[in-house]
Write a protein that binds this ligand. Structure first.
Ligand SMILES: Cc1cc2nc3c(=O)[nH]c(=O)nc-3n(C[C@H](O)[C@H](O)[C@H](O)COP(=O)(O)OP(=O)(O)OC[C@H]3O[C@@H](n4cnc5c(N)ncnc54)[C@H](O)[C@@H]3O)c2cc1C
Length: 413
């Protein structure tokens, strides 16, 4: 049955109104910075952390600062999927929005798309930019304790945005009748378990696909696969990050983060693989490892909110509920999460699209919700195909010297 429309909900956003952004991680901060410069928008940003302490090195995808469809689609993994998933008009609209991004913010994005940067540098820079601007101040608030608390803040003219990350505050509350059941609104596809291993190396070292292969010759298990764009030389030191696949049992048996010594004592096969890989780098470039390995265990899964907005609430049956009155959206890891170092860029991309919708004050809210849902679905399709492709290629690389294992992984049709 088609949804019955909600007669009391506003048709369009008012010319002035509050937008509550819950969660000031990288994506919530970017969104707040984008909305801050829009006329009539009063941004309220809530964050539970006192300080930005996450130092892991991240990089933004160049497509975030693209200025043409060609540069937007220039991706060596799935560039050709872009034209298949997105309509030309959608791509043009996204590029037009980028042109309107204030220069202070665009400068930061361009910088981060060049090379590596600690995550907390991104967070602090965005936060400082928001506070330093002369335009309307962003109102800061503390943690929002619960989904009910977030919903209770809403007045009929407000917009609510959940950018609270993978443990999303609102994801399971976007659908009426589920009572916030965990997973009620989540499609989750586990891909593998992995160690994310980072080390510093005292010489220039650049990785390519050939390097990934031959430096792993001799590593029958626990191949260390750096992503090509995750080796970064800052003039004196190379930062290297990569992934080693482990089993679910190994994952369960280890602490969330540890160092090379722990690895040596508890997963010696993986430690030997790292030694072999790093030894081959030193043979090639005569440098040395600086300090120890930093290891984080993570499940690599890909997930999405089946409903990334409060659209399911806007039916006659739910009239009067705050989520039926005020539109709510999820962005960043709250809405979609993916492995292989691509999530921040995906989150930023979705934040830009959402800011572009909120800027159109005469756009019917129903259309705003529909367009955001469709856009998120398309982003999901793209990142799902992309992640599967990366995993598939990784699996092939893992058995390239074993002809029969390789053929097993190469069904043609
Ligand atoms: C080891 C590792 C390496 C990674 N490397 C990369 C990489 O190289 N490139 C990349 O693109 N991605 C990478 N990622 C993923 C990336 O860190 C996330 O995609 C990104 O941080 C998501 O941003 P976000 O703002 O959506 O969510 P988060 O960063 O999770 O931020 C959510 C924010 O909301 C706040 N919050 C939560 N609940 C509440 C509440 N109730 N009230 C108020 N505030 C709240 C949190 O304190 C936090 O500040 C990596 C992840 C891991 C684990």
């Amino acid at each position: 049955m088609p949804p019955v429309s909600n007669s009391t909900a506003l048709e369009t956003l008012p010319s002035t109104g509050r937008v509550h952004v819950v969660g000031a991680g990288p994506v919530g901060l970017l969104l707040a910075a984008l909305l801050q410069s829009m006329e009539g928008v009063s941004v309220h940003l809530y964050e539970k952390r006192q300080e930005y302490t996450r130092t892991r090195m991240v990089q933004l995808a160049p497509y975030l600062v693209a200025d043409s469809i060609e540069s937007y689609s220039a991706d060596n993994i799935d560039g050709d999927s872009v034209g298949a998933v997105f309509d030309p008009g959608e791509l043009e609209e996204g590029l037009a929005f980028r042109q309107s991004i204030p220069a202070d913010l665009m400068e930061l994005l361009r910088d981060w798309a060049q090379g590596f940067c600690p995550l907390n540098t991104i967070e602090r820079s965005l936060s400082d930019l928001i506070d330093a601007r002369d335009s309307t101040a962003v109102e800061r608030g503390p943690a929002v304790e619960s989904a009910e608390g977030a919903i209770a803040m809403l007045e009929p003219d407000d917009v609510l945005i959940d950018s609270t990350g993978s443990g999303s505050l609102l994801r399971d509350h976007m659908v009426p009748g589920t009572d916030g059941d965990v997973g009620a609104n989540t499609l989750n596809i586990p891909l593998e378990h992995a160690l994310v291993i980072t080390f510093l190396y005292g010489q220039a070292y650049d990785c390519n696909e050939y390097c990934k292969y031959y430096k792993n010759v001799g590593n029958d298990r626990y191949k260390f696969i750096p992503a090509v764009h995750r080796t970064y030389y800052d003039g004196s030191v190379t930062h290297v990050t990569g992934i080693v696949t482990i089993t679910a049992e190994e994952y369960e048996a280890m602490p969330p983060r540890f160092d090379g010594e722990w690895l040596r004592g508890n997963l010696p096969g993986a430690a030997s693989s790292m030694d072999r890989f790093i030894h081959k780098i030193t043979e090639e470039t005569s440098g040395a490892l600086i300090g120890d390995l930093e290891v984080v265990r993570i499940p690599l899964n890909i997930y999405r909110a089946r409903n990334a907005t409060s659209r399911p609430w806007r039916t006659g049956a739910n009239e009067g509920h705050p989520l039926a009155q005020s539109p709510a959206f999820m962005v960043g890891d709250s809405a979609i999460g993916s492995p292989y170092f691509q999530s921040i860029s995906l989150g930023f991309e979705c934040a830009m699209f959402l800011a572009g919708l909120i800027a159109q004050r005469d756009l019917p809210i129903r259309e705003m919700l529909d367009r955001y849902e469709l856009y998120m679905y398309k982003q999901w399709v793209r990142v799902y195909m992309r992640s599967k492709m990366i995993k598939h290629n990784k699996d092939l690389l893992g058995c390239v010297d074993d002809r029969f294992a390789l053929l097993d992984k190469l069904p043609v049709y």
